[in-house]
Design a protein around this ligand. Sequence first.
Ligand SMILES: Nc1nc2c(c(=O)[nH]1)N[C@H]1C(S)=C(S)[C@@H](COP(=O)(O)OP(=O)(O)OC[C@H]3O[C@@H](n4cnc5c(N)ncnc54)[C@H](O)[C@@H]3O)O[C@H]1N2
Ligand code: MOO
Length: 415
Amino acid sequence: MSQDTLAYEDALRIVLAARTRLPAQACPTTACLGRVLAEPLVSKVDLPPFDNSAMDGFALRGDAVVPAGAERDVEGEQAAGDGIAHARHGAWEIMTGARLPDGLDRVIPVEQTERLSSSRIRLLADVTPGQNVRHAGSDVRRGQTVLAAGTTLAPQHLMLLASLGLGDVSVIERPRVAVLCTGRELVDDPAQTLSPGQIRNSNGPFLAARLPLAGADVVHVETVGDDAVAFEAALRRALDAGAQLIISSGAVSMGRYDFVPQALEHIGAETLFHKVAIRPGKPLLCARLPGNALLFGLPGNPIAVAVGLRFFVEPALRVMLGLPQEMPRRVPLFNAYSKKPRLRFHLKSRLRIDGEGRLAIEVLGGQESYRIQPLADANAWAVVPADIDALAAGSLVDVYGPGHLEFPLPCESPI
Ligand SMILES: Nc1nc2c(c(=O)[nH]1)N[C@H]1C(S)=C(S)[C@@H](COP(=O)(O)OP(=O)(O)OC[C@H]3O[C@@H](n4cnc5c(N)ncnc54)[C@H](O)[C@@H]3O)O[C@H]1N2
Ligand code: MOO
């Protein structure tokens, strides 16, 4: 390994140190799905807000136990949505979710009663205090922390926010990211016929689709030829669009047209590292631009781009979103695997269930960095550290989801 090739862990440390958490902003709860909560959320109300019935039946009161056989007059009816009612001594017919009339403390389900007349019932079962009553504050107490800072808001959290009656919440700003694809071989328009030597730009659509799933806003996307001047102009447009991170693909290796390092030098950027002991994506470059935006120069091969996004850009996004760094899941390998030493490998893999319902990770065939079909078949990344050369089937391996906010739960038939 050449002296200037960094270990992944050292490169990651540099990336993490180069970013800080973004400020908080108010976000309407109608638009906060997927946003990251900036502060712990403390409830200002009790849930349920009032004592209410868990059953359709009759609310009543009495001594410790009102025994089967007891009779009561029915003195009123209380449906969900009805306001305060004051009970005297009889029972109230009550619906599920209805506020308990003041003075009553238990509910007997209607099927455990017998109607003696339109205004009198007999109990067919014992009823104890509190039975079938959902007490105010029994789910959430006023003053209780209901969501921790750093929660990525999912539909179940929106259920809670709606119940608390919140119109907006404090979330971390979304990081702003630009995508620049380089290469005069690239064609963006699917309707355009390819000339000999041309290929479709697949990195651009991949990055533009993955970044929002990683919590970022894509503020600029552009394709430029193999031209340092055009690349510099594109960088300026990305910065003008407000990009805090810029991801470029291509032109960072050893070829005659690999102009990104020189273009960065020309604009006065500080190269933080260039070349990391990983596969794929070894020629990856990271630089701080004047004005403090961070540029990730990802090698052009599509899987090098996917790995650069997942294992360099996404950790930076996590810092910006105020999230702790990820812990990989440890999953047994389905198949034995061996690799070249001294490089950390990022492997297109499939998390599956074996014949006994246990999770297993299958390293897919076709790991070369130009092969995109196996990425389409993958649902996870297996990562094998630089100092490990061979792993037997069944050994535990680090597994990461396709994006830092996603982890697959396979439900397909066993391997
Ligand atoms: N002499 C050496 N050659 C190469 C080395 C090396 O160490 N010595 N490293 C190889 C590795 S590893 C990689 S990865 C690539 C990285 O090269 P570049 O970053 O300079 O990228 P390009 O040459 O521009 O492109 C590489 C490959 O990817 C295709 N490509 C580029 N952009 C896109 C896109 N937007 N969509 C789809 N495909 C794209 C491009 O056509 C090339 O095939 O260098 C190796 N060479
Ligand atoms: O590092 Mo490259 O992506 O293996 O071809």
